[in-house]
Design a protein around this ligand. Structure first.
Ligand SMILES: [Zn+2]
Length: 233
């Protein structure tokens, strides 16, 4: 009976921890910011770059629209395309660390977790000329070791409010519509300028959707804001 209760409690504890690990905005495995205040503002973020065919185009579209955004970069992509990472930094956008290899952190131990964070930090600082200031876990999957791994950099850790699965390439019109239909006050919107697994993955649909996304957000009265306004670790 006692053993059964103990097993039950352990299973329940494991389930809670698993939920915390796998939910991008759960605070169970450490501080994380998943949305902004419920004001008429949205926060655009781009993950998995830099990408040789998409990132610079996205940067130019954002610049033309005077729209801030944060780019969560994969360290090994940064090493492959340092000039593209530099272009993002030179345009003044916020830089985020998205690990070195884009492995799911939920499967990794403390040393590998720290290495993923450190190696990406070094790669971004080297290529971009300035340091990343925030972190987002690949797929939003974190682990209990992440908090210590990001502490040396004082990163703010971000989840997201609205993902539109642009990485599935459903068509630019669908990506645009999903943002328009799903955006809410304070939403942190997750888009992809790159591909976590493929350094030169095809993100043309996201590029094509972006001007319409910016237009729609503003037509609905949203202010496009920088993520650095939000939260501290
Ligand atoms: Zn990613």
């Amino acid at each position: 009976m006692i053993l059964a209760e103990l097993l039950g409690a352990t299973a329940a504890g494991a389930a809670v921890l698993a939920r915390g690990t796998l939910s991008p905005n759960s605070r169970l495995v450490g501080p994380v910011v998943g949305r902004g205040p419920r004001e008429r503002s949205v926060y655009l973020t781009f993950d998995d770059g830099p990408n040789p065919r998409s990132t610079e185009r996205i940067v130019r579209i954002l610049e033309r629209a005077d729209a801030p955004a944060t780019f969560f970069m994969v360290g090994r992509h940064v090493e492959r395309y340092p000039d593209v990472a530099r272009c993002v930094a030179d345009a003044g956008f916020d830089l985020g660390n998205h690990t070195y290899t884009h492995r799911r952190l939920a499967l990794l131990g403390p040393r590998r977790t720290a290495w993923e964070v450190d190696a990406a930090h070094v790669a971004i600082a080297w290529a971009a000329g300035r340091a990343a200031t925030c972190f987002r876990a690949p797929h939003g999957y974190r682990n209990p070791y992440l908090r210590r791994a990001v502490a040396p950099y004082a990163y703010r850790v971000f989840g997201w409010t609205l993902g539109v699965w642009d990485s599935d390439r459903p068509g630019a019109d669908v990506i645009r519509r999903r943002v328009r239909d799903g955006v809410r006050p304070g939403a942190v919107v997750l888009l992809h300028d790159g591909d976590g697994d493929h350094p030169a993955g095809d993100r043309r649909q996201t590029v094509e959707a972006l001007p319409g996304i910016l237009e729609d957000c503003r037509a609905m009265g949203y202010e496009l804001c920088a993520l650095d306004r939000l939260g501290t670790v």
